[in-house]
Design a protein around this ligand. Structure first.
Ligand code: ADP
Ligand code: MG
Length: 206
């Protein structure tokens, strides 16, 4: 997103981003729960819904802040409200993004790269282990490559990456307890990450 964010990140835009991401997650809560019922404990949809309902409830106040402060406020809410394994991981993503991104989205690609590294450190995990990193890492690599109109392609990249977790065996998270029986199901966190990426791209790309 380094030369990709081309309009001011004003309150209206930040508000639109919050609405888009929150409703994408909340509207798909049942699907995320079903995915987590298959290979986890069935709470991912509810966890994410609780977190993003809290973010959405505070959207006007958060959107009035400069982008880095808004991301920090969102990350803090997510850590407090989502819970489970995914709360600290998504919280870390937003908090780390807040540290490096500029008020108008400057350094977006390098800030996202740093944020994904922070998630890896928090989860002691990496791509290939059937987690949300299997979406975040390919999206980060595509962003780093950049190129014109990259935002138009990121949602498809994220979707394909989430689909690719179906064939993987889980090495991290609760699903790892299932061993080979985790194969054949999409990772819930990969799906929630893909939903969030698509929502961001819809607002920034269009
Ligand atoms: P919990 O597993 O505590 O019930 P959730 O159901 O909310 O938490 O989230 C599960 C998702 O969290 C998984 O689908 C996976 O994508 C992600 N996850 C779990 N552990 C890790 C980890 N160590 N690193 C990266 N992602 C992880
Ligand atoms: Mg769970």
């Amino acid at each position: 997103m380094n030369a990709v964010i081309d309009a001011a990140m004003d309150a209206e835009r930040i508000r639109a981003l919050i609405e888009a991401v929150a409703s994408a997650v909340i509207d798909h809560a049942d699907e995320l729960t079903a995915l987590d019922q298959a290979i986890g404990d069935g709470d991912h949809g509810l966890n994410m819904k609780r977190g993003f309902e809290a973010v959405r409830a505070d959207a006007a106040g958060v959107a009035a802040k400069p982008l880095p402060d808004a991301l920090k406020a969102i990350g803090t809410q997510l850590v407090m409200k989502i819970g489970g394994a995914s709360g600290p991981l998504y919280g870390t993503l937003f908090l780390a993004l807040a540290k490096e991104i500029g008020p108008n989205g400057e350094n977006a690609a390098s800030a996202f790269a740093a944020a994904v590294e922070a998630v890896k450190a928090r989860g002691k995990s990496q791509a290939g282990q059937k987690t949300l990193l299997d979406v975040l890492v390919p999206v980060q690599l595509a962003l780093a490559d950049g190129g014109p109109g990259i935002l138009d392609h990121l949602a498809a990249i994220a979707d394909a990456a989430a689909d690719a977790t179906i064939a993987m065996q889980a090495i991290r998270g609760r699903a790892a307890f299932l061993g080979e029986r985790s194969i054949g199901h999409m990772d819930p966190g990969a799906r929630s990450s893909a939903l969030m990426v698509a929502a961001v791209c819809r607002v920034l790309g269009g």
